[in-house]
Design a protein around this ligand. Structure first.
Ligand code: ADP
Length: 367
């Protein structure tokens, strides 16, 4: 058998020089390199990314090729295969197949929390991730309408002594909503423990498939459902949706402070500023800050969390929601691009937190 001028040891040594840009450590130390194969000058290996939505995959791929050519052999023919494994940071009792449970919250209603939840879920699914969406807005479940599923009936299956429901699959995401199970009039009168119990059942009695992300659209404000979710389920983190107006920001501040309060202590992954500006389709470079400018940035800075995205006011978002076809399905549209960027930022924050490099904030700022 002809011997190759390239050895696996040399390949590993070269890949030790390639840093994962977010985690600031090399690929070998992070255990991201697998399956090295060498045949003459042909070298192939797999890099296991922390998320399929990794915004830096091309950068990592190119850095690997450069390192092998510089440090191992100038004529090496390098093939870098990319796969993703969304790391599980802790045991997940109650939700065994779910890697990351992410809450979407807002201070008040009408800021676009459900719109953000739906379009973020769709944008994450478009990166190749397996995504579930749980509509927990028991006082106004609107997600079935936004996905054109208001009349859907989840299938129920008896497993042992339990009756489990199958989520509805739509646009590549798995959906469950309190709206499938009770009428709006029924839900609206729920208070306190009744609402919490209904929510708990909704989470645990759904037969979720294996998921990378389960996005939970919470009711607006800070109530029993938030506390139940934070204390009884293993939340990876929360996103806070706000519009730039002062009144929305002041309510968003309360929601943010609640997640960070010691009794709750859920990491806030960042702020999403919705309706950040208006861009007329015929003048795509013009931005009109109808509700003021810089509010989301100020809130994020105040709490030392990232501003994860700014979503413009675009008709296609409202029309899409009313038609049951989320605008993020078209990744080249203005809304689609904004949500693709948001999905990358969210996935990146989760990867960074997952690696344990960011300690969750422990101190609640004064309200
Ligand atoms: P919330 O869940 O916070 O109550 P919704 O997501 O239901 O808010 O949004 C309220 C209304 O605003 C809906 O009609 C929705 O289509 C619209 N909307 C939300 N975000 C945008 C946006 N960025 N551009 C245009 N319309 C939007």
């Amino acid at each position: 058998m002809p011997t190759s001028p390239i050895t696996p040891e040399a390949v590993v040594a070269a890949l030790r020089q390639v840093e994962e840009p977010d985690l600031k450590q090399d690929l070998v130390t992070l255990n991201m390199v697998q399956d090295i194969r060498i045949d003459g000058l042909a070298v192939s290996f797999t890099v296991v990314l922390t998320t399929p939505a990794c915004p830096l995959k091309e950068l990592i791929q190119n850095a690997c090729i450069t390192a092998i050519r510089h440090l191992v052999h100038p004529e090496a023919e390098v093939t870098v295969n990319l796969t993703a494994r969304v790391n599980r940071s802790a045991e997940r009792p109650g939700l065994p197949g779910v890697q990351h449970l992410v809450a979407v919250a807002s201070g008040k209603g009408g800021v676009g929390k459900s719109t953000v939840s739906v379009n973020l879920a769709v944008a994450l699914a478009q990166t190749g991730a397996r995504v579930g969406l749980l509509d927990a807005d028991i006082y106004g479940p609107s997600i079935p309408i936004m996905l054109g599923q208001e009349d859907a009936q989840p299938l129920a299956e008896t497993v042992g002594e339990r009756t489990l429901m199958h989520p509805i699959e739509r646009y590549g995401i798995y959906l469950m909503s309190i709206g499938f199970l009770v009428s709006r009039d029924q839900a609206i009168v729920w208070r306190g423990p009744m609402a919490s119990n209904a929510f708990k059942q909704l989470v645990t009695d759904t037969q979720w498939p294996d998921l990378d992300y389960l996005i939970v659209d919470l009711p607006p404000g800070t109530g029993d459902i938030h506390i139940t979710l934070s204390q009884q389920f293993p939340l990876t983190g929360a996103l806070i949706v706000t519009t730039p107006q002062a009144v929305a920001l002041s309510d968003a501040r309360k929601a943010l402070a609640m997640f960070l309060a010691p009794a709750i202590n859920v990491p806030v992954l960042g702020v999403v500023e919705n309706m950040a500006y208006f861009t007329p389709p015929e003048l795509p470079d013009n931005r009109y800050y109808l509700f003021g400018q810089g509010g989301g940035t100020a809130l994020a800075t105040e709490f030392q969390v990232p501003l994860l995205g700014q979503i413009p006011i675009v008709e296609e978002l409202r029309e899409g929601a009313d038609r049951g076809e989320p605008a993020a399905r078209v990744p080249t549209s203005i809304a689609g691009e904004a949500f693709a960027r948001l999905a990358r930022s969210v996935a990146q924050q989760i990867s960074i937190r997952n690696s344990g490099r960011v300690t969750p904030q422990q101190v609640a700022p004064s309200a």
